[in-house]
Design a protein around this ligand. Structure first.
Ligand code: DGY
Length: 321
């Protein structure tokens, strides 16, 4: 048993909590209260480490109030809740959970693409409302997925897993844009072709966003980018809210050029821009791309492993920054 004190900031799987208790003095939040920044700082004030769910901001004001803190372990792959500069200045490490969620998240990205292009949510709402009277030749006719061109913006592990599904499973032409180009062997495995962002916007029948959120990526897809997309294109965002300008997106769904959008993440979530709730041609899900029980367990376990390895003196397993 280590003498470190750990805060688990939200409810997690009881077996992971039990394992943490074998190593640390643990304060849990199985009541699953969503603490304000001030409450989080109060709870963390006497802790050495934290297990977080990726939404609790670790920034300079919090760090000033938590002088003992040495590590913040997200149970998410994204870590835009970390102010890495402030953490480095305070000597606090950050960790995330890469790899364990890659295939599950790629499955969901593909599911959302299919649901969006084939208008499944709209069609289900129509059926549930008792409005289905007969068969019509163009009823909920959507866009083709197989054989079409998929554009992927951001080509990390999840982007590559989506590309493999698209190329090998659906015979799609896969184009991608990323900060850096993949090594030739990786490009070949994904059958993906590197293009500039403008070409990606202009050529994709379906554009899937999987890039991390950074201040530089804020509104990477805004009104000008949406205007450059192919008429009738589909946009799918499983990356982070704030990468898309949601107000501009609602406008592009109403008056073109987009035919449809699938969104798992939102600017300012859990709030959703009201204009998006008013347009029919959008599939909305509450940030669940990694949500299978097996994957969420693996994410929680990896976050716990990071804390255990760090306080054992082995260093964090999957550090960020
Ligand atoms: C992640 O792991 O970053 C997912 O978006 C879940 O928050």
């Amino acid at each position: 048993m280590n003498c470190a004190r750990i805060l688990v900031a939200r409810a997690i799987f009881p077996p992971t909590l039990a394992r943490l208790r074998q190593h640390f003095e643990v304060q849990d939040n199985q009541a699953d209260n969503a603490w304000s920044a001030h409450e989080l700082a109060q709870q963390l004030a006497d802790k050495d480490g934290a297990l977080l769910t990726g939404v609790q901001r670790i920034d300079a004001p919090l760090l000033a109030a938590c002088p003992r803190l040495r590590i913040a372990a997200n149970m998410t792959v994204g870590y835009n809740n970390f102010d890495l500069q402030a953490m480095a200045a305070a000597g606090v490490r950050g960790t995330n959970t890469p790899d364990v969620l890659t295939e599950t998240t790629a499955d969901f990205g593909f599911a959302l693409l299919l649901a969006t292009a084939r208008r499944m949510a709209e069609a289900e709402r129509f059926l549930r409302a008792g409005r289905w009277q007969d068969w019509r030749y163009d009823m909920f006719a959507g866009a083709e997925v197989h054989g079409s061109t998929l554009g992927i913006l951001g080509m990390g592990r999840i982007g590559q897993a989506i590309a493999r599904r698209a190329a090998h499973g659906f015979g799609m032409r896969v184009l991608y844009h990323n900060r850096s180009r993949l090594a030739p062997a990786l490009e070949a495995a994904c059958q993906a072709h590197y293009v500039g962002k403008d070409a990606l916007l202009a050529q994709a029948d379906h554009l899937l966003l999987v890039l991390p959120y950074t201040p530089q990526n804020h509104h990477a897809i805004g009104a000008p980018e949406l205007a450059r997309m192919k008429p009738g294109a589909t946009l799918v965002n499983i990356a982070r809210g704030g990468i898309v300008d949601d107000a501009a997106l609602a406008q592009a769904l109403r008056s073109g050029p987009l035919a449809a959008a699938g969104l798992d993440v939102f600017e300012g979530e859990p709030a959703v821009h009201p204009a998006l709730l008013d347009v029919p041609n959008v599939v909305l899900t509450p940030h669940i791309a990694s949500a299978t029980l097996a994957t969420r367990r693996a994410m929680a376990e990896l976050a716990a492993d990071n804390l255990i390895a760090f306080f054992d003196g082995r260093g964090p397993l999957t550090p960020v920054g």
